[in-house]
Design a protein around this ligand. Structure first.
Ligand SMILES: [Zn+2]
Length: 85
């Protein structure tokens, strides 16, 4: 299986606190999609800025650790690509 990627859009975004490598982390795990970088909050995949708001991460002293997975949207796209190959 071979995957090709190309950039469709680039936009400047301030580094969200959730992605700051210098911040203390708790044992809580937050799942991030390795492809589109969305985060799983409850049962919904959302952009990083939305995840920070929903989880009220600005109010926490330590942020959750980040683990990687694949979101439903990217999983479906992968399956479509794999089915065509
Ligand atoms: Zn994804």
């Amino acid at each position: 299986m071979e995957f090709h990627t190309r950039t469709l859009l680039e936009e400047e975004r301030p580094t969200p606190i959730l992605l700051d490598a210098d911040v203390g982390r708790s044992d809580e795990l937050l799942r991030s999609c390795g492809w589109c970088k969305k985060f799983l909050v409850g049962d919904e995949w959302v952009e990083v800025e939305e995840a920070v708001q929903r989880l009220r991460l600005f109010q926490r002293r330590r942020l959750p650790s980040i683990t990687h997975g694949i979101c439903d949207g990217c999983y479906e796209k992968m399956n479509e690509v794999a089915a065509r190959a």
